[in-house]
Write a protein that binds this ligand. Structure first.
Ligand code: PLP
Length: 450
């Protein structure tokens, strides 16, 4: 059968991200096409895209407006370099991004993936201080369990051990402070968790501020680190501390940007204005690989002022500012406006929250964490003690595998099930997806307990 042949070729020829899906995992499925919030394999079996194709696809697949925008741009030109030659979609998109993001952000540097946008943010922060004559401000502060992508710079400021441990000799040093993780914290009150984390950051910045270029963290939700939502006031507290100690604040909105947490950008929850901000994933509605690093005019000017050491930012990629991607991103932003997407996200967030209540009673659901349509469901062996399942059970993976059999795709983060539906999911779709998760959790955890 054709599907079997493609699966075999996939196993023989492709080097898949994170896992080779050979002996360790089930065979991959082979996606042939998508329609709305569903994906179809080569035999026509349909699956809900319960993780928005790795947190990107927001308006569903085969969205006419996105398809049309790309086709229209294809009729003009697919790609030209931004090096010495600007292009209309890149300019228009920069204007829209500057309009949408916090007011101090006034410059846009394009790239092709979240990790690249992070690399660019790190290099800008580093060079900014050098240009201003602060040669010692070279270090970054990040939080435990933070994730910023898989390139060498991004893993150097990341802290999800399984992604980084092997590459430690390649990485540059950065300082870590505790993320205010509420679940399993010895402090019962999230306010105390927040204050303790802020106190640790304050100590770090007081002691090492002269060496520190920037603090970098995700916006409001730590995604790949397990879907942990920051306690209220933490991010604002971080912003205040950065200002007080003359350290830049870099916020990574790669996963949280474009509506995922219920605001267009997560920083809006606390009116935080970072010095540098990265966006990617949802920027093109999950269609094409575009990312952007935004920064302030003050930072930009430091690269070209009389005192600047180099008067150049030595960075660029072949596809920087790609016209097709920028055209898709512009159409994506039009959809947000024309279809009142953020109001829809707010209603669907409330709906999902209510539906997920039922899952809280399941014997092995330890914690459900949600901000907007960004959800993590952590499975535990013992709800009272919060003891995890033994690692060998691979309970998160087994649960998503069961979900796949039931017609829904997602990937786990350890024992945490990710639920990041496209915003275009109807209420019936959301209901069906939550039912599938419930069924899969029941099935998998009861099997593990036998
Ligand atoms: N930053 C965050 C917060 C992310 O969640 C991710 C990817 O999941 C990245 C950066 C890396 O993005 P990309 O996979 O596009 O390189």
């Amino acid at each position: 059968m054709e599907q079997d042949m493609l699966i075999q070729k996939s196993k023989d020829l492709l080097w898949l991200p994170f896992t080779q899906m050979k002996d360790y995992e089930e065979d991959p499925i082979v996606i042939e096409h998508g329609e709305g919030v569903r994906l179809y394999d080569t035999e026509g079996k349909s699956y809900y895209d319960g993780y928005s194709s790795l947190w990107l696809n927001v308006h569903g697949h085969k969205k006419k407006e996105l398809d049309d925008a790309i086709k229209e741009q294809l009729g003009k030109v697919a790609h030209t370099t931004l090096l010495g030659a600007a292009n209309r979609p890149a300019i228009e998109l920069a204007e829209r991004l500057i309009d949408l993001t916090p007011a101090p952000l006034k410059r846009v540097f394009y790239s092709d993936s979240g990790a690249e946008a992070v690399e660019i943010g790190l290099k800008i922060a580093f060079q900014y201080w050098r240009n201003k004559g602060y040669q010692d401000k070279t270090k970054f502060v990040t939080v435990t369990n933070g994730y910023h992508g898989d390139t060498v710079g991004a893993i150097s400021v990341g802290a999800v051990d399984i992604f980084h441990t092997t590459y430690k000799p390649l990485m540059f040093d950065s300082y870590k402070v505790p993320f205010p993780t509420v679940y399993r914290n010895e402090l019962p009150d999230p306010v105390d968790v927040r204050d303790q984390a802020l106190a640790e950051l304050e100590t770090m910045l007081s002691e090492k501020g002269k060496e520190i270029a920037a603090v970098i963290m995700e916006g409001m939700v730590q995604g790949a680190g397990g879907m942990h939502v920051m306690p209220n006031g933490y991010l604002k507290g971080v912003e205040n501390l950065c200002k007080k100690h003359d350290v830049l604040l870099i916020i990574d909105e790669v996963a949280t940007g474009f509506g995922r947490t219920g605001k267009m950008f997560a920083v809006e929850h606390e009116e935080v204005e970072p010095d540098i901000m990265m966006v990617a994933k949802g920027i093109t509605g999950g269609y094409l690989p575009i990312a952007a690093t935004l920064t302030t005019e003050e930072i930009y000017k430091a690269f070209y002022a009389d005192y600047a050491e180099l008067k150049t930012f030595f960075h660029g990629h072949s596809y920087t500012g790609n016209q097709l991607g920028c055209a898709a991103a512009l159409a994506n932003l039009d959809i947000f406006e024309q279809e009142n997407v953020m109001e829809d996200v707010e209603r669907k967030t409330a709906f999902v929250k209510e539906k997920l209540e039922a899952l809280k009673d399941l014997p092995h659901v330890g914690d459900i964490r949600q901000l907007g349509l960004m959800v993590g469901i952590e499975l535990v062996l013992n709800k009272k003690t919060k003891q995890p399942f033994p690692w060998v059970e691979r309970i998160g993976y087994q649960t998503t595998l069961e979900m796949r059999k039931l017609g829904m795709l997602s990937r786990p983060l350890g024992d945490t099930i990710v639920f990041m539906p496209p915003y275009a999911s109807s209420y019936e779709d959301l209901d069906a997806m939550i039912s599938i998760m419930e069924q899969a959790i029941k099935e998998t955890t009861s099997k593990a307990m036998q």
